[in-house]
Design a protein around this ligand. Structure first.
Ligand code: SF4
Length: 379
């Protein structure tokens, strides 16, 4: 069925002489596309190799293709959508790209001072390992939507609501583009923790997961890919059927529904009990433990009683817990937690026998940390 739908789109695009976004396609789809252009399947393999293995997107440099084939590829395929309008490097080596999807360009250069707007821009971040610890680790934190429909009260990304879903190609392209930055080479981990609620863009995200994981694609191990959701029980259960063993992270951020509703508007419609049920289904069907993400916000959800309440909840689930210190955002009424409170919170969970980590905040000096994305630019 998918194939028929794809062919129809393909024929439509061919009819309208529109270019097809390379990063939208699986290997099979690229081979079918090439056949419809009169090119052999083997050419599709060669191009996958140029782009994913060698990092080359300029058809002129694809030297094992004839000049005629290179022209055809140039006319029919678009390699990069949007334009990187800003590239920042933090003191800890974290790098951030701001991409404007409304601008058209097909080059890796960063064009500063381009017209555009935050309603067509997303950010993605490359986070290298802290020296000595897992030194080959390079994590891409990517966006799945322009803006975010959830609008958490502590987060910059949801301020203006949702502007658009990103396509599969735009999601995959972010990982590829981050891999091309200086000192990167290969992305080892991918987290969907940038802008957007990935499970509300389900089809585009799950197809992107396949391309990010595929050996002919970005080759990132499924276990090193994390999809983070604020919690849509029906979609979590749908993801439980997905055949790649990715990690599911649920942004819990509160030990009870009352506090959760203050922080996450969608908690009005979904209770923690329903999330627990969906998470347990996910574990039963995928065999993968769920990660609970918990942003510690000073005085709001980081006290002793909150830790105790969270322990009781977490002990009834198969999960790991990540604690994240809140990063202040200008104009928002929340504060970073005190260090003593964070350590006590962790100790209480550990005493209850839970597996808990404090996640380091990276790239704070370029506003690349959790919840800070896009705000700086749209101010
Ligand atoms: Fe959206 Fe996540 Fe920000 Fe909430 S924390 S508004 S879900 S991007």
């Amino acid at each position: 069925h998918q194939c028929v739908a794809f062919q129809t789109t393909l024929e439509y695009r061919a009819l309208m002489s529109q270019q097809i976004h390379f990063f939208d396609l699986t290997d099979k789809e690229l081979a079918e596309t090439f056949q419809s252009f009169g090119l052999s399947k083997f050419r599709a393999k060669q191009i996958l190799d140029w782009v994913y293995a060698k990092g080359v997107i300029d058809p002129n440099q694809m030297t094992n293709l004839s000049v005629k084939d290179r022209e055809l590829v140039k006319n029919k395929l678009e390699f990069l959508q949007g334009v990187a309008v800003k590239h920042q490097v933090a003191t800890d080596g974290t790098q951030k790209l701001l991409i404007d999807w409304a601008l058209s360009g097909n080059s890796l250069s960063v064009l500063n001072n381009q017209e555009g707007g935050s309603e067509s821009q997303t950010e993605c971040v490359m986070i290298p390992a802290v020296s000595g610890v897992g030194s080959h680790r390079k994590t891409a934190c990517i966006s799945s939507q322009v803006g975010c429909p959830v609008g958490c009260s502590f987060c910059a990304s949801g301020i203006g609501g949702l502007d658009a879903n990103l396509t599969t190609g735009q999601i995959v392209q972010q990982v590829w583009q981050l891999a091309q930055l200086d000192q990167v080479g290969r992305i080892s981990n991918v987290v969907f923790m940038g802008m957007g609620e990935p499970l509300s863009n389900f089809n585009a995200v799950t197809k992107a997961l396949r391309i990010i994981n595929a050996p002919w694609g970005l080759g990132v191990s499924a276990r090193k890919i994390t999809v983070s959701t604020v919690g849509l029980p029906a979609q979590i259960k749908r993801l439980a059927q997905f055949d790649l063993p990715i990690t599911l992270a649920i942004s819990l951020h509160a030990p009870n529904d009352e506090i959760r509703k203050e922080l996450i508007p969608w908690a009005e419609y979904v209770t923690i009990e329903q999330l627990k049920d969906a998470a347990n289904t996910y574990f039963e069907q995928s065999g993968r433990e769920v990660t609970l993400e918990y942003i510690l916000i000073g005085g709001v959800n980081d006290q002793r009683e909150h830790a105790k309440e969270l322990s009781v909840l977490a002990r009834s689930m198969r999960c790991n817990i990540n604690l994240i210190r809140y990063n202040e955002v200008d104009g928002m009424p929340y504060q970073r937690p005190l260090n003593d409170d964070v350590l006590l919170f962790q100790a209480i969970l550990q005493k209850a026998g839970l597996n808990v980590h404090i996640r380091a905040s990276r790239g704070r000096d370029i506003s690349a940390a959790c919840g800070q994305l896009r705000h700086e630019h749209s101010k």
